[in-house]
Write a protein that binds this ligand. Structure first.
Ligand SMILES: [Ca+2]
Ligand SMILES: [Ca+2]
Ligand SMILES: [Ca+2]
Ligand SMILES: [Ca+2]
Length: 308
């Protein structure tokens, strides 16, 4: 390769985050772009050529790491089997209560799911129910306007709070949720998943990839006790409050389902999570922002050295 071919016109990476001390490139938002090296000339010094070569190799390594991560299976299995635990998956925050929280008399239940095998799935609609969605008054359409009192602000971000009550046998209390998706549509009667509206949030899509949450029914056994709070950024849902919100979720892989129904609800009025108080004291880690800063500083340092 001749010297003039070594020029790097642009280095573009998509969402680089840190995890367990390792650096991985994944996701889809650009964080480093428009960086240009100095044009090479036939009279470039040997030292400068070496820096350019290192910069080129560094960039190629990052791009390859990114490509490998994107093409490989990435999954986040969130373990919420202890009380007062929490975690973030693709922008949504999931947490378990610190003490018993009763939903009875306080919540609007809008989706009950109860399967007969080891897995179950369903979504709320006023139309024909599919899969393991239970009939009755506790499964119904949900208009975005109804969620407006259920907003929690954490770290400057607004989230809709919904709650989950699971019912399992005490001998097999673990239960895993492996799908959690929201759709929006102007009609309340849609059926024929997944053609039930516009998909606006899917916790299997984003930097954390295919994800799941595992809970333990035995932390709060008994009827009507809430097992999990889910906070989903309001920004995914737009501002048309007449839209109907469809929640599709499924349970059972790898920890199977049994016994009674799983129930999604919202608080009649207000939220269980106090505003401006991160669930169980845990602040979502701004890992992406930290790495953007670190990466840019590194590139700036490289460029400065190159110029010397
Ligand atoms: Ca429960
Ligand atoms: Ca179970
Ligand atoms: Ca999943
Ligand atoms: Ca169950």
């Amino acid at each position: 390769m001749s010297k003039s071919e070594l020029t790097i016109r642009e280095l573009t990476l998509n969402s680089v985050i840190t995890k367990g001390g390792m650096i991985s490139a994944k996701g889809s938002s650009a964080i480093v772009e428009g960086f240009q090296s100095q044009p090479l000339t036939p009279t470039i010094s040997r030292r400068k050529e070496e820096y350019v070569r290192k910069l080129f190799l560094c960039g190629m390594a990052l791009i390859m790491a990114f490509a490998l991560t994107v093409s490989g299976a990435w999954a986040l299995s969130l373990d919420l089997t202890t009380v007062a635990s929490s975690g973030t998956i693709n922008g949504a925050i999931f947490s378990t209560p610190a003490t018993i929280v009763s939903g009875t008399g306080l919540i609007d239940s809008f989706l009950r799911i109860q399967g007969s095998g080891t897995t179950e799935s369903g979504y709320n609609t006023d139309g024909t129910r599919e899969f393991d969605t239970k009939g009755g008054p506790f499964t119904h359409s949900l208009q975005l306007g109804a969620l407006q009192t259920n907003i929690v602000e954490l770290g400057g971000i607004d989230y809709y709070e919904i709650v989950l009550d699971v019912n399992e046998r005490t001998t097999s209390g673990l239960i895993t949720m492996h799908d959690f998706e929201f759709y929006l549509d102007s009609s309340a009667n849609n059926t024929g998943y997944p053609a039930i509206g516009t998909l606006v949030y899917d916790f299997d899509v984003g930097p954390d990839g295919d994800s799941s949450v595992t809970l333990d029914y035995n932390n709060f056994p008994g009827s009507g006790r809430l097992d999990m709070f889910a906070l989903v950024p309001t920004s995914y849902f737009g501002s048309d409050l007449t839209q109907y919100v469809y929640l599709y979720s499924s349970f059972g892989e790898p920890d199977g389902i049994d016994d009674g129904f799983e129930e999604w609800a919202r608080k009649d009025e207000g939220t269980f999570t106090p505003p401006n108080t991160p669930p169980n004291g845990e602040v979502p880690e701004p890992a992406t922002m930290i790495l953007i800063g670190t990466g840019l500083l590194g590139l700036v340092g490289f460029r400065r050295k190159f110029r010397n």
